[in-house]
Ligand binder design. Structure first.
Ligand SMILES: NC(=O)c1ccc[n+]([C@@H]2O[C@H](COP(=O)([O-])OP(=O)(O)OC[C@H]3O[C@@H](n4cnc5c(N)ncnc54)[C@H](O)[C@@H]3O)[C@@H](O)[C@H]2O)c1
Ligand SMILES: [Zn+2]
Length: 362
């Protein structure tokens, strides 16, 4: 088992990573919350179908009563209406201030449940059991919770620490292939920004990873969570260091938004964004061709990305609108070498234009 502590001024917590941990989830919840009698597990139908049984059995073993509460599946349900509907269901089921919520699902379930836990009866405890690769290495650690408004993503929310995060690499076996690969690009990102050995491992264990081999996934998740934990522990509120996590996300978000979130999965857009950042870094002499080529090769080795059919002008317009540009200069996280990035404040717009034009040809 891998145990990783996440420091927090509000409340430190741990992530536990182990093959099959879902089947012992009850034991860990009991240990941490000795007085728990009832938990309420927020999930979506698809995850419930595959993984509810194991969780229910493990809670029954430690005499904790569990109620599943379903929310509809998909990013478009990550909004206030869902939070309100879930809160009403909690009341009807008799959840009180001593109740604990469990988030069993991907990043959407985790973000919604964490937010609901912060405001239900002015706050109840919650546990994260992330079931997508992206949520295991990224969203379940760092305490950001919240929902979207029709005006934009993640505009309402709060930092709220879970009691713990239980990560079972084996639940990934039921994840659709494209969804899984999309998370792998975020793992490559983690390698590039901070930990070259993650990147090396992903270069040389390609087949094991694509097969979702339990031991390989456990190691990879552990390393990625360790990096994320280190970064967010040092910068809980995203004032400095935490910005490096946005590597690949400036152009990535623009691509998602220009295609109305229909063309790319998040990780796929981030993969293109990393390549764009690499091209910009080469153009502005922050990195060398070898680093760029290694990044592109690793990304491409994990599957085909949907084509970029977005005008460079559109991307620049979005960066300007999101106030990411100042006097024609853009703030960017650029790769220096594998394992190291730099936050650069004065990337010229034309370097961004050129990079996006390159993406269209790849
Ligand atoms: N809080 C943060 O710090 C943070 C960081 C990154 C992303 N996010 C958020 O995370 C969300 C994306 O999360 P996601 O990529 O996990 O998407 P998701 O939660 O929508 O899950 C993707 C799909 O996978 C299915 N699924 C989940 N686990 C499964 C399993 N084990 N087997 C089969 N199917 C399964 C779900 O039903 C869903 O259809 C976004 O809303 C994003 O804003 C938050
Ligand atoms: Zn991301």
């Amino acid at each position: 088992m891998i145990r990783i502590s996440i420091d927090s001024k509000q409340k430190p917590y741990e992530a536990l990573i182990e093959q099959g941990i879902l089947r012992s989830a009850g034991m860990y919840i009991r240990e941490l919350l000795p007085d728990s009698k009832r938990v309420f597990t927020i999930t979506v139908p698809r995850v419930r179908k595959h993984h509810a049984k194991a969780l229910t059995a493990s809670l029954r073993d430690v005499k904790i009563e569990n109620h599943f509460i379903e929310m509809p599946d998909g990013e478009r349900f990550k909004h206030m209406g869902t939070v309100e509907a879930l809160a009403s269901k909690l009341v009807k089921l008799g959840a009180d201030r001593e109740s604990t919520l469990v988030a069993l699902g991907g990043g959407v379930v985790g973000d919604v449940t964490g937010f609901l836990a912060a405001i239900y009866m002015r706050g109840v405890k919650f546990v994260q059991i992330p079931t997508t690769f992206l949520s295991q290495i990224d969203s379940s650690v760092g305490a950001k919770t919240g929902v979207n408004l029709k005006e934009g993503k993640n505009l309402v929310g709060i930092f709220n620490q879970p009691e713990m995060v239980l990560i079972d690499p084996d639940v990934l076996l039921t994840l659709p292939a494209r969804e899984f690969r999309s998370g792998l690009y975020e793992a490559l990102k983690t390698g590039v920004i901070r930990e070259a050995r993650i990147f090396d491992f992903m270069e040389s264990n390609h087949d094991r990873i694509l097969k979702r081999d339990s031991a390989a996934m456990e190691w990879l998740i552990g390393e990625c969570v360790r990096v994320k934990a280190g970064v967010v522990s040092a910068d809980e509120r995203e004032r400095g260091l935490r910005r490096i996590l946005n590597f690949g996300h400036t152009v990535g978000h623009a691509l998602e938004s220009e295609t109305k979130y229909k063309h790319f999965l998040h990780g796929e857009a981030v993969a293109w964004g990393m390549i764009a950042a690499g091209l910009i870094a080469l153009e502005t002499k922050h990195t060398d061709r070898d680093t760029l080529e290694r990044m592109v090769a690793a990304i491409k080795s994990y599957g085909r990305l949907p084509k970029v059919d977005v005008k460079a002008r559109g991307v620049i317009r979005l960066l300007t609108r999101d106030k990411k540009t100042v006097n024609g200069k853009v703030h960017f996280v650029l790769p220096v070498k594998i394992g190291e990035v730099e936050v650069v404040a004065d990337v010229p717009e034309r370097a961004v234009m050129k990079a996006v034009d390159e993406l269209r040809k790849m």
